[in-house]
Ligand binder design. Sequence first.
Ligand code: TXA
Ligand code: MG
Length: 303
Amino acid sequence: MKPAEDEIRRAAQLIRSGKLVAFPTETVYGLGANALDRNAVQRIYEAKGRPASSPLIVHVAEIAMAEALAAEWTAVAQQLAARFWPGPLTLVVPKHSSVPDIVTAGLSAVGLRVPAHPIALRLMQLAKVPVAAPSANRFMQLSPTTAEHVRAGLGDRVDMILDGGPAQVGIESTVVSLTGERPVVLRPGIIELEELEAATQTAWRDAESNIVTEAAAESPGLHPRHYAPRTPFYVLSIGSAPPEGRGCILALPENPSAYAARLYAALHEADKQGWDWIAVEEPPQGAAWTGIRDRLRRATTKL
Ligand code: TXA
Ligand code: MG
């Protein structure tokens, strides 16, 4: 059920008065607060149980609003924003002094994104303030792709939940840092490196093989274990024996976009069913699977 304009208006008013609103984006649901209000942002960390060392992504309605929050807006930033926004891409750029330190966990750069979901966009427009929003889940747990996931995970820690139906992309945005000499992918997502390169015609740092290790230092929120169900979760390579006990091997689509859209919902469901373990079969190697492989790596139990 799509919330009516009135409901989005009420949500925008709550954001303006320092409250927390969970809202749909095309990637996953976000837990939003006024990014310019330190106390409101502090409440996000409390509601999630998130360490103060993990920076938050700031969501805005249009490129001009993002530019205003950056100390430096380069040609590459403009090219990427023009090509992929609104959409599942976060740009990490030097922050303007108006962005409170609590938003960036003390870092001098801020992550910015214009989400593609019409309800998210309308919320940003009506709130007229930038909205800091991590995924709307408790720290270390699975990201929510439905309003029901948010309700189950955060309950009354959130003042309002806007229900926009299931998220279409299903895994978190591609995070790109533009603070170094060359752009680099800190967190892979559904937008591939090749597409990013094509949009900028500049040399990128090739972090393909070491995204996790390299990015960990630059992006403190990227904990190696993250996005995980409670039940032990494994990736089964072909021919490997499944673990002992009663387990569930998830049946997921063969197409990478459809797979991403379904992955967290399938994990949320299986996690409630009391299995001894959950598993997926190892996905293909291709570039279209990079974001998915990254999430599986973080979510799985090491044997
Ligand atoms: O798709 C998404 O990105 C979702 C929706 C709600 O927009 N949000 C999301 O937020 O996944 P979160 O907080 O769960 O993950 C944000 C990650 C951080 O963990 C960190 O790795 C990176 O983005 N990040 C954010 N700000 C950063 C900064 N200033 N410098 C480096 N990395 C940053
Ligand atoms: Mg998250």
